[in-house]
Design a protein around this ligand. Structure first.
Ligand code: DGL
Length: 271
C-alpha cells in the first residue's frame, strides 16, 4: 500500500519534496486539485466537499495513509474526515494534516508570542489558534491572511521588489506585536522562507511545514508498525492532477526541483 499526499494544487509538492528527503523508499500517490485551486478563499463547506472527494480517491488508489499537505484542507476538513468519514468507510486507514505537527514543534520551542500566516480560510477557521490554546492557553497569538503571496510564489517571483512590499504589508503588523515565532501556515510559504527570515531578522523563529511534516511522518511510522509494514517500498511516485495544463511541469520543477524526475508518472483525472 502507499502514502497519499493531497493538496489543493501543486504547492503540496514542496511538502512531498521534504518527505522524500527523509523517507524516499516508500511509494507515494500525489493528488493536486489544480483545476479548483486556490481553496484559500472558498467556504469551509466547499473545501470539505473537495477534500473528502480527494481523500476518497487516494484511499481507492491503495493509500493506507493520506497526508493533507494543504493547510486550508487541514484547517477546515481534517477533523470531520477523521471523526465521521473514516470510521464509517475506512476504519483501518489514517488521514493526517499539517497543523498539529507544526503546533507541537512550536510548543516545544517555548514560544510565547506566536504569529501565523495563511490563506483566508485557514485564518478564519482559527484552527492553529485552537490547537495552540488547547496546549497552552497563556500564549499570545496573532494571525494574518496573506492572499497575494500564493500567486506571486507560483510565478517564481522570489526576488521581485513587489514581494518585499507584500511582506511589509502582511508581516509588519505581526512584527509590531513583538512575535517571537512565525508559523508559515500555507504549502507555498516555505519557498520564500529565506525572504521571510531576511525580512523578520534573527530574533523571530520561523516554522516551515515541509521539514516538520517529514520528520513527524517518520516518527509516526515508527510508532505505528502495523501501518508501516503494509507500505510498499519501491520508491515509486504517481501524480494525479485535475487539470493537466502546460504550467504543470514548470510548477512541478519549481516546487520539487530535482526531486521531480524519471521516476515520476503523471496522470490527469476528473473528480
Ligand atoms: N494549499 C493551500 C494551503 O496550504 C494554498 C493554496 C490554496 O489557497 O489553495 O492553504
Amino acid at each position: 500500500m502507499k502514502i497519499g499526499v493531497f493538496d489543493s494544487g501543486l504547492g503540496g509538492l514542496a511538502i512531498l519534496k521534504e518527505i522524500l528527503k527523509v523517507l524516499p523508499e516508500y511509494d507515494y500517490v500525489y493528488f493536486g486539485d489544480n483545476a479548483r485551486v486556490p481553496y484559500g478563499g472558498r467556504s469551509a463547506e466547499l473545501v470539505f466537499d473537495y477534500t473528502k472527494k480527494a481523500v476518497e480517491f487516494l484511499l481507492k488508489n491503495d493509500c493506507i495513509l493520506v497526508i493533507l499537505a494543504c493547510n486550508t484542507a487541514t484547517a477546515t476538513a481534517l477533523r470531520r474526515i477523521q471523526k465521521d468519514y473514516l470510521p464509517q468507510h475506512y476504519p483501518q486507514r489514517r488521514v493526517l494534516g499539517v497543523i498539529r505537527p507544526t503546533i507541537e514543534e512550536v510548543i516545544k520551542s517555548h514560544a510565547r508570542r506566536v504569529g501565523i500566516i495563511g490563506t483566508y480560510a485557514t485564518v478564519l477557521s482559527g484552527s492553529f489558534i485552537k490547537e495552540l490554546i488547547k496546549i497552552d492557553s497563556s500564549l499570545k497569538i496573532y494571525q494574518a491572511a496573506c492572499p497575494l503571496l500564493v500567486p506571486v510564489i507560483e510565478e517564481g517571483e522570489y526576488e521581485w521588489e513587489g514581494l518585499e512590499l507584500l511582506l511589509q504589508k502582511y508581516l509588519d503588523p505581526l512584527k509590531k506585536q513583538n512575535i517571537d515565532s512565525l508559523i508559515l501556515g500555507c504549502t507555498h510559504y516555505g519557498l520564500i522562507e529565506t525572504q521571510i527570515k531576511r525580512f523578520l531578522g534573527d530574533a523571530i523563529k520561523v516554522f516551515s511545514e515541509g521539514s516538520i511534516t517529514a520528520k513527524k511522518l517518520k516518527d509516526y511510522l515508527q510508532r505505528h508498525p502495523e501501518i508501516e509494514k503494509l507500505l510498499s517500498k519501491k520508491g515509486e511516485r504517481t501524480y494525479f492532477v485535475t487539470d493537466l495544463n502546460d504550467r504543470y511541469s514548470n510548477m512541478a520543477e519549481l516546487f520539487m526541483g530535482e526531486h521531480f524526475g524519471e521516476k515520476d508518472r503523471l496522470t490527469s483525472i476528473i473528480l
